[in-house]
Design a protein around this ligand. Structure first.
Ligand SMILES: NC(=O)c1ccc[n+]([C@@H]2O[C@H](COP(=O)([O-])OP(=O)(O)OC[C@H]3O[C@@H](n4cnc5c(N)ncnc54)[C@H](OP(=O)(O)O)[C@@H]3O)[C@@H](O)[C@H]2O)c1
Length: 251
């Protein structure tokens, strides 16, 4: 098991939700952090890079300031992301592109910038996808597509980087109790989906699973683990799962 004490860790989307919870947990374990988001609070102990991670200049600053302060990068956690509840039939294309910019292109670009440093430390790349990157959710169609894309590049990165000793982990959370829904654009999700929030895990539970995955160099984390049931049901019985999703969509 890898200790996280003294590791230099970049977390995107660290101002709230899962990212803020990860920051608190990793700080407690003695990690040195670079935290970034548009509204991230100042800190004496951490490197803080405020800004929009879809911008080249912000991504370059994240890597440059981390290396300037700590001299290395051990772990990059691509966590920033947002939902979009527009239907597939009427998602504005600008919205679809913006979702992909944040959920797919930003993590891809940041991992390209961090890779030379991750090679030096034989470090870890963590991409926070979603269960929606395994099972396409019809009330979050473009979001699902962006997370499928992220899951796809994660698998390819794992194969490409393995020879350099860089560990690549994909994370597939189900429902996590954060303000994700409130931050998503588009129409409100269907009532059954909103009710499903009572089955959500906490950001702390999700964080624990991610930290366990990092210290044990897991390839994939599905949290809660019951999410595997949905993943396998979808692989083995796709028509059945689609009919259940249709019922959830239309009530
Ligand atoms: N909550 C869930 O049920 C769930 C389930 C599966 C997967 N996920 C994934 O988990 C990750 C974290 O989600 P969460 O639930 O913690 O969501 P959240 O509470 O809405 O937090 C999202 C974080 O991303 C940051 N962010 C958003 N747009 C950004 C931008 N353009 N540039 C930089 N930072 C940006 C936000 O900070 P600022 O607003 O300050 O920029 C915030 O810190 C996301 O990738 C999400 O897709 C969540």
């Amino acid at each position: 098991m890898d200790s996280l004490a003294g590791k230099v860790i970049i977390i995107t989307g660290a101002s709230e939700g899962i990212g803020a919870c990860l920051a608190a947990a990793l700080r407690k374990r003695g990690a040195n952090l670079c935290l970034t988001a548009r509204n991230v609070a100042a800190s004496d102990s951490d490197v803080i890079v405020p800004g929009d991670v879809t911008l080249d200049s912000v991504r370059s600053a994240i890597v440059a300031k981390t290396v300037e302060r700590w001299g290395k990068i051990d772990i990059l956690i691509n966590n920033a992301g947002r939902g979009s509840y527009y239907a597939a039939s009427n998602t504005p294309l600008d919205e679809a592109r913006a979702v992909f910019d944040l959920n797919f292109f930003a993590p891809l670009a940041l991992s390209q910038l961090a890779l030379p440093f991750l090679r030096q430390t034989r470090g870890t790349l963590v991409n926070i996808a979603s269960i929606a990157g395994e099972v396409s959710l019809p009330w979050l169609p473009v979001y699902s597509a962006s997370k499928f894309a992220l899951a796809g590049i994660t698998a390819a990165q794992r194969t490409e980087f393995r020879r350099d000793g860089v560990h690549v982990m994909g994370v597939f959370p189900g429902y996590v109790n954060t303000d994700f829904q409130a931050h998503a654009t588009g129409q409100p999700p269907p009532a059954r989906v909103v009710q499903g929030k009572k089955f959500a895990v906490s950001a702390e539970e999700c964080t624990e699973a991610i930290v366990h995955g990092m210290t044990h160099r897991k390839r994939t984390v599905v949290t809660p683990r019951s999410g595997w049931l949905l993943v396998w049901a979808n692989r083995c019985f796709p028509s059945f799962v689609e009919s259940q999703l249709e019922r959830a969509l239309y009530g």
